[in-house]
Ligand binder design. Structure first.
Ligand code: LLP
Length: 434
């Protein structure tokens, strides 16, 4: 299952785009569009690349950030490859367990864990809670005590480092809501150590996502190392350092690639060489980002003031990243004619923000042609919605010659069935009464 060495396994064969051994057009014919398609071999390749980058570290735990792509087929593939999970909600915890992730490989992050979420994870078991405040530590201790259990914890510290990522996905600057300020950490650890049902064992940091330079990570980890020494000399038995995720992937092949897992691993080995703790990593995008594409069909092409509008059957509700972060996704024809043009690619949703690309140099396409949005394995289906009452996009997992629908399209019948009319309107359903 986990073989192959190409960056990703979406490639042209006889003039058409394949995922591994499966022509994308065959999936479109059976499942319809839009549809997300994931490559098992690509995910496995990234797991292997990260593992080999981290070689030499003592038993690191790679806890896949479930938020990037929580699909059961994706997570089961990663669980089989030995990964744990970084979860940020009770829902993610349950989905990770359901997909076969071992509880002792689960870390629970997230800014606002509720009592119910704490209870759920304590009952099912986990490796560590990454706490975000003293108040959260107090609540967790009370919940664990009431269950007769002890919770293993670390604090997520905010190192006040500018990550240089998009402002909406930067998390490690002092003004961000995440973690406890590094200057307040000593007091927070002292308070947590007094709490009866906590085992204070760790420290955690995560400064942002889609990072394209190692410098901010290096600075953040260095600060965490200094704090760890202070904590150890204050008597805290710190055995775990969770270094978060954040390593970027290449969306635009015309740009310089972000640091590789090997570069990242070398930096981590250098900074942490004398830490003497178990390291945890929480990669999301790095593992699944370029393991997915969003396959879509051109509905029609209409003229525009400067460039034609290619109206496709995917929209901002299916892939939100361009509307939300001005994110750039490469767009390719599934059967490229060899001709290029400059076009705007838009979805059918009634918002100007429903624009995937403006004045984009791309394959020339026409009505009914299939296109893909590349690098759509992370934060893509995971962030989709049914806005404009559009069905929730289907997802397909490919493994060599095999493929399977790993989430059927959630159609409008199911959306209608999910709503309830209050009793005072019940008689009105089906049309206005006179
Ligand atoms: N750990 C924590 C605590 C996180 O908050 C995140 C991501 C990760 C790990 C994984 O980061 P990664 O390795 O994937 O960069 N929706 C945005 C990205 C939001 C990231 C949120 N936190 C996007 O589409 O770019």
């Amino acid at each position: 299952m986990c073989v192959g060495s190409a960056m990703d396994h979406f490639h042209l064969r006889d003039g058409e785009l394949y995922c591994e051994e499966v022509p994308l057009a065959a999936i479109a014919a059976e499942v319809g569009t839009p549809v997300y398609i994931y490559s098992s071999a690509t995910m496995c390749r990234h797991v292997e690349a990260l593992r080999s980058g981290l070689e030499g570290l003592d038993d690191p735990l790679i806890a896949y950030a479930v938020k990037a792509n929580p699909n059961a087929g994706v997570m089961a593939t990663l669980a089989m490859a030995g990964l744990g999970a970084d979860v940020v909600s009770g829902g993610e915890y349950r989905r990770a367990i359901a997909a076969g992730v071992a509880p002792q490989k689960i870390v629970f992050s997230g800014v606002g864990k509720t009592e119910a979420e704490m209870r759920l994870a304590l009952k099912g078991g986990l490796y560590q809670f990454n706490l975000e405040s003293v108040a959260e530590a107090e609540m967790l201790s009370a919940v664990a005590s009431s269950m007769g259990l002890t919770a293993a914890v670390g604090f997520r510290v905010n190192p006040d480092v500018a990550a240089g990522a998009h402002s909406k996905i930067t998390t490690g600057a002092a003004e961000n809501k995440f973690g406890i300020a590094i200057g307040e950490a000593l007091d927070a650890y002292a308070r947590a150590a007094e709490l009866p049902a906590l085992k204070v064992q760790g420290i955690a940091v995560h400064i942002g996502s889609q990072l394209t330079s190692l410098d901010p990570l290096d600075r953040a980890f260095t600060r965490v190392g200094e704090l760890m020494r202070t904590l150890k000399s204050a008597g805290h038995d710190i055995r775990v350092a969770d270094l978060g995720g954040g390593l970027g992937v290449l969306y635009d092949p015309a740009l310089a690639p972000p640091p590789s897992p090997a570069d990242y691993g070398a930096m981590v080995r250098r900074v942490t060489s004398d830490w003497g703790v178990r390291l945890v990593f929480e990669p999301g995008r790095l593992i699944v980002g370029n393991a997915g594409v969003l396959l879509s069909r051109v509905i029609r092409v209409k003229p525009g003031a400067a460039h034609p509008f290619v109206i496709v059957d995917a929209a901002m509700n299916d892939l939100m990243r361009p509307a939300l972060y001005d994110a750039w996704h490469k767009i390719d024809a599934v059967r490229p004619s060899g001709e290029c043009w400059t076009a705007n690619v838009v979805g059918p949703v009634c918002e100007t923000g429903d624009t995937f690309a403006t004045a984009r140099e791309m394959d020339r396409v026409d009505a009914d042609d299939l296109i893909v949005f590349r690098t759509a394995g992370a934060y893509a289906a995971a962030m989709s919605s049914t806005y404009n009452s559009r069905p929730l996009t289907a997802e397909v997992l490919v493994d060599g010659e095999r493929w399977a629908v790993v989430r059927p399209r959630i159609d409008v019948d199911r959306l209608i069935a999910a709503d309830r009319l209050p009793n005072w309107l019940a008689g009105c359903a089906g049309g206005p009464s006179s």
